[in-house]
Write a protein that binds this ligand. Structure first.
Ligand SMILES: Cc1ncc(COP(=O)(O)O)c(C=O)c1O
Length: 387
């Protein structure tokens, strides 16, 4: 039975070179970076090297990188940290209706507690925010705009530079969740102009449970975790050193992969996959933007079927994919992203997200196309005979 992993927007295989870089920090160099002895000094050096690697990955200064336990913490830190620091300036936060729940639920909770007022930017049928909408809803009371760089369910890339300029014209901070984009698109915070940006290692062949928040020098932000003085007093808690070393190494590898045109290869395989599916299986629909979309993702709806049954049949054939977002336990839960894009219930509940990686082969894609065609025909016929 083959094991074909097409769930790379949920999590990725850790690159073997990343594992090798991490290993010594479990059993050889296990000192606490806050200690002054030799073991402490060695791990401090590794910590600072990883900071430089991540800074180079997104083109910022190493002092602007704060390590976290992943994308979820980075997003919560950004949203809650800005509010805590400048609540006297205003209490209005703008975000979009297609954010990851680590932004959406944080904003909703703050509103429920009556700490803030929030407004959500809508998206069009391709999952794209309209900058003119931001111009209309931003007020003198707005303190933060948080719009994801690229969407994790359909891959649509947002006009971040434009949105950021609009926020800055009003003197408002701009945060972007770049967890889905990292490793697939070159990220340059100086060019984008953002004040805060979130990253997570496990989306680009690094380990799970580690990420970073970029905070531009001078941004007023309050800490989110209380305790020790780690991360220059901004993020308490003993550093996850093996994880951070892994994040740094994964950033170096991803940077090189982007330079070498690795994503173009993935894109041609993804485009081939979609072309075959659309021509060979009737009543299918690709969700997301056709051009403003990163390379590895393919979100497809197969009408008259449900995602759960389809996924179970693919799993039986050794193909791993997902429906909706990575953290949804119930695969039948409808996607809030597709809903916001105006996708019908029928297409929403029959969507599958395929995610390719640098490890995906043409042979695996050909096998997946054949199986999908057989399974869809079989299930649709079964549905017909049951009605
Ligand atoms: C867009 C986006 N933001 C944030 C997260 C959360 O990141 P983590 O899993 O590192 O907490 C995810 C994970 O699926 C994501 O896709």
């Amino acid at each position: 039975m083959p094991e074909i992993y097409l769930n790379n927007n949920s999590s990725t295989k850790v690159d073997p070179a990343v594992v090798s870089a991490m290993l010594p920090y479990f059993h050889e160099q296990y000192g606490n970076p806050s200690n002054l002895h030799i073991f402490g000094r060695e791990t401090r050096e590794a910590l600072e090297q990883a900071r430089e690697q991540v800074a180079s990955f997104i083109n910022c200064k190493p002092e602007e990188i704060y390590f976290t336990s992943g994308g979820t913490e980075a997003n919560n830190f950004a949203v809650q940290g800005i509010l805590r620091a400048i609540i006297d300036k205003g209490n209005h936060i703008i975000t979009s209706s297609i954010e990851h729940h680590s932004v959406l639920d944080a904003v909703m909770f703050l509103e429920k507690m009556r700490y803030i007022e929030s407004t959500y930017l809508n998206v069009d049928q391709y999952g794209m925010v309209n900058p003119d909408d931001l111009k209309r809803i931003i007020t003198n009371n707005t303190i933060l705009v948080s719009v994801m760089h690229s969407n994790n369910e359909v891959g649509t890339i947002q006009p971040i530079k434009e949105l950021c300029t609009i926020a800055h014209e009003k003197g408002v901070y701009f945060h972007t969740d770049a967890v889905a984009a990292a490793g697939k698109i070159k990220l340059d915070v100086a060019d984008l102009g953002v004040d805060l940006l979130s990253l997570s290692a496990h989306k680009f062949h690094g380990p799970k449970g580690v990420g970073a928040l970029y905070i531009k020098e001078g941004v007023k932000i309050e800490k989110f975790m209380y305790g020790g003085e780690q991360e220059r007093g901004m993020r308490a808690g003993t550093e996850n050193l093996p994880g951070i070393v892994g994040l740094g190494k994964a950033a170096v590898i991803a940077q090189q992969h982007l330079k070498d045109g690795g994503q173009e290869k993935i894109k041609s395989l993804r485009d081939y996959f979609e072309k075959e599916i659309i021509t060979r299986i009737p009543d299918t629909k690709i969700n997301g933007h056709l051009t403003q979309r990163y390379a590895n993702i393919s979100n497809i709806s197969f009408s008259r079927l449900d995602s759960k049954t389809l996924l179970a049949n693919l799993d039986l054939a050794g193909i791993m994919a997902s429906a909706g977002y990575a953290c949804a336990i119930d695969p039948l839960e409808k996607s809030h992203v597709l809903k916001a894009m105006g996708v019908s219930d029928e297409y929403n509940s029959s969507q599958i997200r395929f995610g390719l990686s640098k490890y995906t082969t043409k042979q695996e894609i050909d096998y997946t196309i054949d199986i999908l065609q057989k399974v869809v025909v079989k299930l649709r016929n079964l549905n017909l005979s049951n009605t």
